[in-house]
Design a protein around this ligand. Structure first.
Ligand code: ATP
Ligand code: MG
Length: 423
């Protein structure tokens, strides 16, 4: 084979692409009902956009970034996630301005890029769907966004979802917690992984998220954020939980769940599943949280924000057996002879203009072979024309499911098919 796709990428072929369209269609419909509109931002941005928003201690920035210098010596990066670009666009386009209705609610879909070791459910180009809402600090919005994520996955048929929530409190609570973590981890410093040693200085919260086995053992007895919340953050969290109860959301509080970035605060959440597609290991399908400091971090005014993101490839691994999408063809035109060949172009054009999906054989094959193709394409109807039919200005319409056949005026073919369809 002369050329192969780059390592960690995939071709999404017809057959598979229908599943993607279906998921994106459900996303759009569900999110639109909550007044989220789609936003499309570039797939590359200034490197600093990601460095600033994800932080230079994150795996994404420190290890996984596809960054490069362009011919003008600009330091750019393929986006590793969706939020940073959306926040950059929010600030650059002054979407916080008075002419925009608040909260400003958007959703996105598209490819993301991370330099990782490819394996099942882990690629170098993968896809995310996500939502962001700016300009409201209200816990009601937090609850709604969690419930919107559940509705989206529910409509797709994802079962046995576990909803884990936690709070990171306000900046004061976090500051107290930060200190408690430094006090706790410092005596273990020599035993921590190299990454976590750096995190201890730069961002101790991140240690809680470490994938290193030994780190995880030390983390087990680390102090809990819930003991460091001030009254306001505490009551906010209680209120959020009561709203989720009102919405019948079945959640668990996981006090070890964190987002290691300074701009996250208050509500964070993850949806997990345990599924044979992942060797019955618990995996996160959707993750999100409130990031009240991010807009100002990227140069905008102090603006609260909240959002979530999910990986489409992993979602597909969960759904594969449930999604049985066939795209049926309305009409397959069977032609006999050269005159019919020539007439077919106009006939097909009229059928398509009338809204039918229609196709024909372009290989001058025998009638039997054409019918076989019609079957393979799951055509609802075949329309047969030959010299006789053309002379009488008729076509022979066959319902492929019932086998019923009858002649129809060529002139009225589209109308006639519509009439049969409506019956
Ligand atoms: P992990 O712990 O699995 O590396 P992460 O914390 O890096 O995940 P996020 O940055 O929160 O993941 O991204 C959100 C979602 O994007 C993940 O839950 C996953 O579904 C998807 N995702 C992340 N990295 C990849 C990848 N390399 N290939 C495919 N999907 C990915
Ligand atoms: Mg990762």
């Amino acid at each position: 084979m002369r050329y192969q796709k780059p390592k960690g990428t995939m071709d999404i072929l017809p057959g598979e692409s229908q599943k993607w369209q279906y998921i994106e269609d459900v996303a759009q419909k569900v999110f639109n009902r909550y007044r989220f509109s789609e936003i499309r931002t570039p797939i590359f941005e200034s490197y600093e956009v990601f460095e600033r928003s994800s932080g230079d201690t994150s795996d994404i920035v420190s290890k996984e970034m596809y960054d490069f210098k362009d011919k003008g010596d600009r330091h750019l990066a393929l986006r590793p996630e969706g939020t940073a670009g959306v926040v950059r666009a929010y600030v650059e386009n002054k979407l916080y301005g008075p002419e925009h209705i608040k909260p400003y609610k958007v959703w996105y879909k598209g490819p993301m890029f991370r330099y990782e070791r490819p394996q099942s459910g882990r690629q170098r180009q993968f896809h995310q769907i996500g939502v962001e809402a700016f300009g409201s600090d209200s816990p009601e919005l937090d609850a709604e966004i969690i419930s919107m994520g559940l509705e989206f996955l529910g409509q797709l048929g994802v079962k046995n979802l576990k909803v884990a929530i936690n709070t990171l409190g306000d900046p004061e609570s976090r500051q107290n917690y930060h200190q408690a973590l430094v006090d706790y981890f410092t005596p273990f410093k020599d035993q921590l992984s190299d990454d976590s040693k750096i995190r201890l200085d730069k961002n101790p919260l991140r240690i809680l998220d470490s994938k290193d086995k030994n780190d995880q053992k030390i983390v087990e007895n680390a102090p809990s954020i819930l003991d460091y919340l001030n009254d306001e953050s505490q009551s906010r969290f209680e209120y959020l939980k009561s709203l989720l109860d009102d919405l019948n959301v079945n959640y668990e509080v996981d006090h070890t769940m964190v987002r290691g970035l300074d701009y996250y605060n208050h509500t964070i959440f993850e949806f997990m599943v345990t599924d044979p597609a992942f060797n019955n290991k618990e995996i996160t399908v959707l993750a999100g949280g409130r990031y009240n400091g991010l807009v100002s971090e990227l140069g905008g005014p102090e603006t609260p924000g909240i959002g979530f993101g999910l990986g489409v490839e992993r979602l597909l691994l969960l759904l594969d057996d449930n999604l049985n999408l066939t795209s049926d063809l309305d009409v397959y035109l069977v032609t006999i002879g050269q005159k019919a060949e020539q007439a077919s172009v106009k006939i097909l054009s009229k059928l398509r203009a009338a809204g039918f999906s229609a196709d024909k054989d372009y290989l001058q094959r025998k009638t039997k072979a054409q019918f076989k193709t019609a079957n393979n394409l799951n055509a609802k109807y075949t329309v047969t024309i030959g010299d006789n039919e053309l002379e009488n200005d008729t076509a022979n319409v066959k319902n492929m499911a019932t086998g019923d056949e009858h002649p129809v005026s060529l002139e009225k073919l589209a109308d006639e098919l519509k009439r049969i369809e409506d019956k």
